[in-house]
Design a protein around this ligand. Structure first.
Ligand code: HEC
Ligand code: HEC
Length: 284
């Protein structure tokens, strides 16, 4: 580009085609040569300083002694140093106090996310979105209650909702009326005969006079469209009434067991999870 040489002066290899087509031996441009030698110097430097040349077992070590493990160790130490003040503070605080501390609760949510993924998501879904047969945690519909202390209790001691199987206590007609009533409740109305049975058969004891659920008993709320046992059709409602929930001695019963975590997790981990679940959106 810079030197517009007359091609007749340029050195050539002596090869000529078609009378005048010569193969020239021009030097590459200067900048190219410099970059080429700099590259070579860099490579030699790198080979000396870092592990690089593959050997039969492993590779050359490099004079700096750099290893991936050391690098990892350094980042873990760095992270621990960032976490420590938060972790120390957490130990002496109640879950409610953590929730009230914005900075701390933000930290806890980030740290509990992984824990939730490992320990809870298999049943409750990623981010508490729920799985068939397991309650959604990311809504404001609670079986046992959504205040922070109740959530902490649930994780610590587990929950086993109990509903007897009514198969020997209700006739075919009664079962039909009860199911119709419960379905009607979820649509904002009622079914007269079923409503009477709801009271006379003692359903209100766990599901409440208003059918919104009694939190102490873990009874489901019937006045919303969230079903614990999908799909929430008349058939599936009848199945629950017939076979109960965790009903002893009935193989066909619905199973609903929230495991006990007090031996598997530390108190701090449970505290973090309680804050995390509360902040999923439905905490009260
Ligand atoms: C083996 C499955 C399983 C695992 C694992 C599990 N849960 Fe549960 N969880 C359940 C079931 C089932 C229920 C409902 C219990 C009932 O209906 O009586 C429940 C209920 C709950 C509730 C009460 C919901 C409400 O509406 O009141 C909370 C809170 C909860 N789980 C949090 C957690 C957390 C946090 C973890 C992880 C440490 C976890 N669960 C792990 C199955 C599980
Ligand atoms: C001793 C307490 C108790 C009594 C009495 C009781 N239930 Fe339940 N019921 C529960 C519990 C606990 C659950 C499950 C909640 C959970 O774990 O998700 C449940 C669940 C249900 C469900 C499933 C709801 C859903 O969202 O899928 C239906 C339907 C139901 N009960 C109907 C009835 C009817 C009808 C009666 C009266 C004939 C009755 N229950 C009496 C405790 C009770």
């Amino acid at each position: 580009m810079s030197d517009n040489k007359n091609s007749t002066d340029a050195p050539d290899t002596g090869h000529v085609w078609d009378d005048n087509l010569r193969e020239l031996t021009n030097q590459p441009p200067r900048w190219w040569i410099i970059t080429f030698y700099l590259g070579a110097v860099f490579i030699i430097g790198y080979l000396v300083l870092y592990p690089s040349i593959p050997l039969v077992n492993g590779s050359t070590k490099g004079v700096l002694g750099w290893t991936q493990m050391k690098r990892l160790q350094a980042s873990v130490e760095e992270l621990d140093a960032i976490r420590k003040p938060f972790e120390d503070k957490l130990k002496g605080m109640s879950a409610q106090a953590v929730l009230d501390d914005r900075e701390l609760s933000n930290y806890v949510v980030r740290s509990a996310k992984v824990l939730f993924g490992d320990r809870c998501a298999a049943c409750h879904g990623t981010g508490g979105a729920g799985n068939p047969g397991y309650p959604i945690l990311a809504d404001d519909d609670w079986l046992y209650g959504g205040n922070i202390d109740t959530i902490q209790q649930t994780i610590t001691n587990g929950r086993t909702g109990l509903m007897p199987a009514f198969k020997d206590n209700v006739s075919e007609q009664e079962l039909d009326d009860l199911a119709k009533h419960i379905l009607a409740l979820s649509q904002g109305s009622e079914h007269a005969a079923g409503k009477e049975l709801y009271n006379s058969k003692g359903c209100f004891g766990c599901h409440g006079m208003e059918a919104k659920g009694v939190e102490m008993m873990g009874g489901a709320n019937f006045t919303d469209t969230i079903w614990r046992f999908a799909p929430g059709t008349e058939e599936s409602i009848k199945y629950t009434i017939t076979n109960g929930v965790n009903a002893p001695g009935n193989d066909a019963t619905r199973i609903a067991i929230m495991p006990v975590f007090k031996e598997q997790l530390t108190e701090t981990e449970i505290k973090k999870l309680a804050v995390y679940v509360h902040k999923l959106g439905g905490g009260q």
